[in-house]
Design a protein around this ligand. Structure first.
Ligand code: PLP
Length: 370
């Protein structure tokens, strides 16, 4: 093979970036850990799966349609979402998961040398995408596990283009109320785009949770993210979306990738919106599963945080990476949080009852080993 000077072609910020390595598939992990079955509680999926109408739509889907390109920008789905939330469909942009929408936004507003502001212990993709785009991630420490509005405002400077607020926060489950987000937007005063990442919004039952689509009317620099991966049980199809004021949406549209959302995802998402019974059943499941983890935490003397979303965190008296490995050996996969700046913590998704029971038994055994 010929040599070539690869480094010369790679920007310094890409060279410096360490690629994220996703976990291997279940069959590989089962072999590696010598277990017949793996309960995955590491990805914050919905154990109830997709709503009935989306299931029926997928069951009836004609395989021949896989040969066809989808409509390029989600025409029908954007109209369905527009009707649901009373927003002009031109203000909505779909992506291959909300992850792709993060990329659209950073590409639209940032150039190398600019910065984004977010928290130090939140969903890591904002930081990663900024870093490998040559954009500095300014990471503001959480206060009491929550986004610290005053410190975030202080971090904004004249190179700040986007502020990411994960609301509710993954992994701590803390959230800003409508009034807190409104006050933050007033204080930002148009100096930067503010993204409210509401991947877990549908799990929030408190009426004080923001009506961010209404706030967009007052604050044209607010972008709202949603996803079909969490409440709607379509994580495997990869579909998310954003809403913004008309001019902001028109700008992000320039850097969005047409045709990146597949046909099946768009049709399943359209069928899923808006199934109230599914939302109620999912919320009920989460309440019960969370109560189970709280009981376990109390029995084992562990601190537990997170009361919104489909996950919670537990502080362990032992190394989280060691505990993770030992749990894997018992066929249970939670998220070891050291690499997300939470040494000693595990994040556990609120999964099916059988998986939660397996987790409880396995964790008790692991901690008994010391
Ligand atoms: C806060 C947050 N935002 C965005 C995403 C990405 O979601 P998607 O599956 O739509 O890419 C996740 C996924 O875990 C998340 O936790």
């Amino acid at each position: 093979m010929k040599d070539f000077a690869l480094d010369r072609l790679v920007p310094a910020h890409v060279r410096a970036f360490e690629a994220y390595v996703p976990s291997p598939p279940d069959d590989v992990l089962c072999r590696r850990f010598g277990v017949p079955q793996l309960h995955r509680l590491n990805n914050n999926e919905n154990p109830l799966g997709p709503p009935e109408a989306a299931r029926a739509m997928m069951a009836a889907w004609k395989p021949e349609h896989a040969a066809l390109y989808p409509q390029g920008d989600g025409w029908h789905l954007r109209r369905a979402l527009g009707r649901q939330f009373d927003i002009d469909p031109e203000q909505l942009i779909l992506g291959n998961g909300a992850n792709e929408v993060i990329a659209f936004v950073i590409k639209a507003f940032c150039e190398p040398g600019d910065n984004i502001v977010t928290a130090d212990r939140t969903f890591a993709v904002y930081e990663w995408l900024a870093s490998f785009s040559g954009v500095e991630p300014k990471l503001v420490p959480l206060r009491d596990y929550a986004f610290d509005a005053a410190a975030m405002l202080e971090a904004i400077d004249d190179r700040t283009r986007v502020v990411f607020v994960c609301n509710p926060n993954n992994p701590t489950g803390t959230w800003w109320t409508h009034d807190e987000l409104d006050a933050f937007m007033d204080a930002v005063d148009g100096r930067a785009i503010v993204v409210a990442d509401e991947a877990y919004a549908e799990f929030a039952e408190d009426p004080a949770f923001p009506d961010s689509f209404a706030l967009m009317q007052r604050h044209p620099n607010l972008i709202v993210f949603r996803t079909f991966s969490k409440m709607w049980g379509l994580a495997g199809l990869r579909i998310g979306w954003m809403a913004a004021s008309p001019d902001v949406a028109a700008t992000v549209k320039k850097t969005s990738i047409s045709y990146s959302v597949n046909l099946l995802a768009m049709e399943a998402a359209r069928a899923a919106v808006w199934d109230e019974a599914h939302v109620a059943a999912t919320r009920a499941h989460m309440r019960e599963a969370r109560a189970g983890v709280a009981e376990l935490a109390a029995r084992l003397g562990l601190t537990m945080i997170g009361d919104v979303g489909n996950f919670c965190m537990l502080r362990l008296p032992v190394s989280d990476t060691v505990a993770h490995r030992r749990l894997m050996g018992r066929g249970v996969m939670a998220r070891a949080m050291t690499s997300f700046r939470y040494p000693g913590w595990l994040r556990v998704s609120l999964g099916p009852a059988a998986a939660m029971a397996a987790f409880a038994t396995a964790l008790e055994e692991v901690l008994a080993e010391g």
